[in-house]
Write a protein that binds this ligand. Structure first.
Ligand code: SAM
Length: 490
């Protein structure tokens, strides 16, 4: 049975923003057939029903959302909350009202519960007085799951046993979150495209809006960002998923960078002296999903055991391992003198040169980074790290042709280097080379379909999370129209 999906696509996009193009069209067709069968209605009769029946629209939406989530996802942003944002908001509060935190698009609750557990770890039982946590989602099924707080292994990717034991009880079906954490979070139905929001969803200090915006087009993202801003206090902060942040720099809220992470601010939040308002990069980073600065993301990583390097005054000088660790921890100001010390003892230390180039790119000192990477490449023409660094530096300098050349060279040198294909795909997409982009995204999906291949990257902590990159590629593939290859390309 086939029927015209377009009126349904329009209705769904208008009401909740979700887009169905390319491969995701199958999902829509499948869901519609299921609901039409329940009511024994043909397509246009079901369409008429949907228009006047909010309950039925909800049933349909519940079949259409993508609810992928897990505990302690993107742990660096959670660290930012725990170590920097929360203390700052607490200091600025009068102590009488809690700091209000919303997870917008919370799915089955792993995100808001992770935030609550992370702050519980730091503030102990007073967390309930200091903070109020809420989760909101358009999908009523996931909200029920969130309230039940029962999870299978799928939600715990990479979460250490110690955290599972501390906050969860085991039962026949999985693990149930302890009441101590459950009682901290309230859950609410929330359509981010609504024209009005219930009073419980106003006046937030911090909103986490992660891994949701990828389902919307740019005009919808703008509307949603304005809506989120209306739910924030005047000094509120909006944290968007690392891979989505720059694609959400839409001129609605100003963006700031702190410790290599980006977020948006509404008015004048309690900022640390070191926060720098971000000037829009010249490159089309507006839509580039994975810029160099916030790349060093460990995959699902625990909160507690992130290795912490000692304060700078006690650091031994010229210790490469320490320099590497500081770079991985994004403590670039401390990493740089360490790397310089290593290089002063051993100027040909290739790994130190590469790490230094990586740090310099993160500090936007592209010329010096390129010089270092070139020197490594002169000694080792097969260095994937050096080729990627050169590609990234060129990308940020808006030298698209050069950037493509470097990433191509990395991909030719080592086909399994999926980050090179991924960067190429993005560059092609932004240059309007749709078919080349499709091909490159497909290669990434293929390479990431089995066990993770050896990318050939030896030193630089790119930290692109493979599962999320694969997901983003699939999403792009669904959106990209099939096109013709440019002349001369096969
Ligand atoms: C991929 S999950 C992200 C979960 C979590 N934020 C995370 O980062 O792990 C996206 C969620 O956004 C929700 N969503 C999609 N459109 C929405 C809308 N218009 N309003 C509210 N939530 C929406 C979906 O139901 C889904 O649960």
């Amino acid at each position: 049975m086939s029927f015209d999906l377009s009126p349904f696509k329009v209705l769904i996009k208008e009401r909740c923003g979700l887009l169905f193009e390319g491969d995701s069209t199958d999902k829509l067709a499948h869901a519609l057939k299921e609901r039409m069968a329940v009511h024994a209605l043909a397509s246009m009769a079901y369409y008429a029903m949907l228009q006047g029946n909010d309950g039925e629209f909800q049933e349909l939406v519940n079949l259409l959302t993508i609810n992928e989530t897990y505990f302690f996802r993107e742990p660096e942003q959670i660290r930012l909350l725990v170590d920097h944002l929360a203390p700052r908001f607490l200091a600025a509060h009068d102590g009488k009202t809690p700091v209000r935190i919303l997870s917008a698009g919370c799915s089955s609750g792993e995100e808001p519960y992770s935030l609550a557990m992370a702050l519980l770890d730091k503030y102990g039982t007073s967390v309930g007085q200091l903070f109020a946590f809420a989760g909101g989602d358009i999908d009523s099924t996931v909200l029920t799951k969130a309230r039940n707080a029962r999870y299978t292994d799928f939600s715990f990717r990479g979460v250490p046993e110690e955290i599972k034991q501390r906050y969860f009880d085991k039962d026949r079906w999985g693990r149930v979150l302890k009441e101590q954490v459950r009682s901290l979070v309230s859950f609410h139905e929330l359509n981010l495209l609504a024209s009005e929001f219930p009073p419980a969803l106003h006046d937030f200090d911090i909103i986490f809006f992660r891994n949701v915006s990828i389902y919307f087009d740019t005009p919808t993202r703008k509307i949603i960002q304005r809506n989120l801003a209306s739910l924030m206090k005047d000094d509120g902060i909006l944290v968007i998923g690392t891979a989505e942040t720059l694609a959400n720099d839409l001129g609605v809220l100003p963006q700031v960078e702190e410790n290599g992470l980006f977020y948006f601010v509404k008015g004048k939040p309690p900022l640390p002296a070191a926060s720098i308002p971000v000037a829009r990069p010249a490159f089309d980073a507006l839509t580039a999903p994975l810029p160099p600065a916030p790349l060093a993301i460990p995959s699902a990583v625990p909160l507690t055991p992130l290795p912490i390097a000692p304060p700078i005054s006690t650091l031994p000088v010229g210790d490469f391992e320490l320099a590497r660790q500081l770079t991985c921890d994004k403590r670039y100001d401390e990493a740089l003198p360490q790397l310089d010390a290593v290089l002063s003892i051993d100027p040909g230390h290739a790994a130190a040169r590469l790490l230094k180039a990586y740090v310099l790119i993160n500090r936007k000192d592209f010329g010096a980074a390129e010089a270092l990477a070139q020197r490594v490449l002169a000694a080792d023409t097969w260095s994937i790290d050096a080729l990627l660094l050169l590609g990234l530096a060129a990308k940020w300098r808006k030298q698209t042709t050069e950037s493509i050349r470097c990433f191509k060279q990395a991909a030719y040198t080592r086909h399994e280097c999926w980050p090179a294909h991924y960067y190429l795909a993005d560059l092609y997409r932004h240059s309007g080379e749709q078919e080349l982009a499709r091909r490159a995204y497909r290669v990434v999906v293929q390479l990431l379909s089995g066990s993770e291949p050896d990318t050939g990257i030896r030193h630089i902590p790119l930290g692109l999370p493979a599962s999320e990159v694969r997901f983003l590629c699939e999403h792009q593939l669904a959106k990209l129209p099939a096109g013709k290859l440019p002349a001369g390309q096969k």
